[in-house]
Design a binder for this molecule. Structure first.
Ligand code: HEC
Length: 130
C-alpha cells in the first residue's frame, strides 16, 4: 500500500513537472507571437525574415550584440560611438524612447513604454536568432 502510494506520488509529480515545462514553452511561444504583432511597428524599416539590412539594420541576433556593429550598414555616429550592448534592459530603454536614450540616432522616435509589450517584443527579437 505504501509502495503504491509512493508510486502514485511519483507519477503525479512527474506528470506535473512535464506539464509545467510545456506550459512554459507554450507561454514563450505566445509571447513571441504577441511580440511579432508589435514588431509590425518596426517592419517598415527592419527586415524580420532575412539577415539583410533594410532602411534600418538587420535585427537578427540583436539581443546581446554591440550597438552599431552590423557590417555594411551606415549607422549614425551617435549609435556607433554609444558603446551600448543590446541587453534586455538596454533594448527596453531603446524602444521606450530611442532618441532620448541615444540623442542623434537616425532611427525615428519610437515609444513603447508598456512593460508587457516590451517583454513580448524582446521575446520576439530573441527568437530571431543569429
Ligand atoms: C522609420 C524607420 C525605423 C523604424 C520604424 C524602426 N527603426 Fe530601428 N532603426 C532604424 C535605423 C535607421 C537604425 C539605425 C540608427 C542609427 O544608426 O542611429 C535603427 C536601429 C535600431 C536598433 C539598433 C541596431 C544595431 O545594430 O545597433 C534596434 C535594436 C532597433 N532599431 C529596433 C527597432 C524596433 C524594436 C523598432 C520597432 C518598435 C524599430 N527599431 C523601428 C530605423 C527604424
Amino acid at each position: 500500500m505504501k509502495r503504491a502510494l509512493a508510486l502514485l506520488v511519483t507519477t503525479v509529480f512527474t506528470a506535473s513537472t512535464t506539464l509545467s515545462a510545456s506550459v512554459v514553452a507554450e507561454e514563450q511561444a505566445m509571447m513571441v507571437a504577441a511580440g511579432e504583432q508589435i514588431f509590425e511597428k518596426c517592419t517598415a524599416c527592419h527586415s524580420k525574415d532575412s539577415s539583410k539590412n533594410a532602411f534600418g539594420p538587420s535585427l537578427i541576433g540583436v539581443v546581446g550584440r554591440k550597438a552599431g556593429s552590423m557590417p555594411r550598414y551606415a549607422y549614425s555616429d551617435a549609435l556607433k560611438q554609444s558603446n551600448i550592448v543590446w541587453t534586455e534592459a538596454n533594448l527596453r530603454k531603446w524602444v521606450a524612447g530611442n532618441d532620448l536614450y541615444v540623442p542623434g540616432t537616425r532611427m525615428r522616435h519610437v515609444e513603447i513604454k508598456d512593460k508587457a509589450e516590451q517583454d513580448y517584443l524582446i521575446a520576439f527579437l530573441g527568437s530571431l536568432g543569429q
